[in-house]
Design a protein around this ligand. Structure first.
Ligand SMILES: *Cc1c(COP(=O)(O)O)cnc(C)c1O
Length: 379
């Protein structure tokens, strides 16, 4: 089955009691048992819920995985993976991480005796230098936020396999529509379903998928033992969102291309970051491991003054100023004062995160209107 068909049909079945084509929202906390130990596979809704099961199977199918698990947020999914570790264990993570991932590792798990190294994974050989007998997990994100760097998943997975380490890839930005990390050797794929999977900016949710039965068992145990599960209503919304994922991603990609090309020829724009541009530093990795380039576009202004970026952002009318990404509506954020404000300016400058860097989550409106909006705002 191809991707679009799977997005609509995988994991879902007409309701056997009524024939309802849409998976019902099973708003229940418990299930009546026919006798002691005799039930239909559902005992208590923290452990299992049929709306959630449908979504978990659907996301797993999209990633080419056997097993899927959904969580109350992307952070809850990350939390579950980190709970596979024990005191004394070490993590190697890429240095261009989602802020919340960096925060949970350094501020929460460090106090339980877990150590982490953050490094530039553009040089896979660098990763090997940090491996020691305590290393258990490699964590990477590709494309990264907000500079849209790419990491060669296969190159890192070969190192993970050679050293018997788990590899988890945060696939939020790419979505299973554009990239399937399990195919390149990852053990676990993580999603913030809040973003493209839901796609309508109305849910916070996370997901994990894997092909390894033992790993799935451990993660399902943590899901149930710790209890950060999503509501059946939210599962319904994400199931519905995913039915159009392939169509949305196609349009996000077309609009991303149109916006990136417009920005690239604009005299006031300095650099444009979009992984589909042949001038992107890691374009070859995108061609190797991705089926498309998506709608995340960042750019800097030639006049590198904070006020210039502010002026542009406050003049935008269709692009709404706000955190998050992946919804049908276009959003813009200013990393230097919003998501990455806690990083000192010198450090930001070093990694290319300039004061005028503006990040766009290009939505699925008409490209002409988005370009018109940028034109009037940049001036
Ligand atoms: C948003 C996000 C997360 C965290 O997910 P929540 O659903 O907000 O908890 C993790 N990784 C990436 C790349 C994200 O964009």
């Amino acid at each position: 089955m191809k991707f679009g068909t799977k997005a609509i049909h995988a994991g879902v079945h007409p309701d056997p009691s009524t024939g309802a084509i849409m998976t019902p929202i099973f708003q229940t906390s418990t299930y009546v048992q026919e006798g002691i130990g005799k039930h239909k596979g559902y005992e208590y809704a923290r452990t299992q819920n049929p709306t959630r099961t449908a979504l978990e199977n659907n996301i797993a199918a999209l990633e080419g995985a056997q097993f899927g698990l959904c969580f109350a947020s992307g952070m809850a999914a990350i939390d579950a993976v980190l709970k596979l570790l024990s005191a004394g264990d070490e993590i190697i993570a890429c240095n261009d991480l989602y802020g919340g991932t960096y925060r949970i590792i350094t501020k929460v798990f460090q106090q339980f005796g877990i150590k982490a190294h953050f490094l530039d994974m553009n040089q896979p050989a660098e990763v090997e230098r940090f491996i020691n007998p305590n290393t258990k997990l490699i964590w990477l994100e590709t494309p990264t936020n907000p500079l849209l760097n790419l990491i060669d998943i296969e190159a890192i997975s070969l190192i993970a396999q050679k050293n018997d380490l788990l590899l988890c890839v945060d696939n939020t930005f790419a979505t299973p529509c554009l990239q399937n990390p399990l195919l390149w050797g990852a053990d676990i794929v993580m999603h913030s379903a809040t973003k493209y999977l839901s796609g309508h900016s109305d849910v916070v949710m996370g997901a994990l998928v894997t092909n390894k039965p033992e790993l799935h068992q451990k993660l399902a145990f943590i899901q149930n033992a710790c209890g950060a599960v999503p509501s059946p209503n939210d599962c319904f919304l994400v199931l519905r969102g995913i039915k159009t994922l392939h169509i949305r991603m196609e349009r996000h990609g077309q609009n991303g291309k149109a916006v990136a090309e417009f920005l690239q020829q604009h005299p006031k724009v300095d650099r444009v970051y979009w992984i589909g541009l042949p001038t992107h530093t890691n374009h070859a990795i995108a061609l190797k491991q991705m089926q498309g380039f998506g709608g995340m576009v960042s750019f800097t202004l030639k006049n590198d003054q904070m006020d210039e970026a502010k002026k542009v952002m406050e003049s935008l009318k269709i692009f709404a100023l706000g955190e998050s990404l992946g919804g049908v509506e276009s959003l813009c954020t200013h990393p230097a004062t919003m998501t990455h404000a806690s990083i000192p300016k010198e450090q930001r400058d070093k990694t290319g995160l300039k004061d005028t860097l503006i990040r766009l989550s290009v939505g699925i409106e008409d490209a002409e209107d988005l370009i018109e909006d940028l034109k009037q705002a940049i001036g």
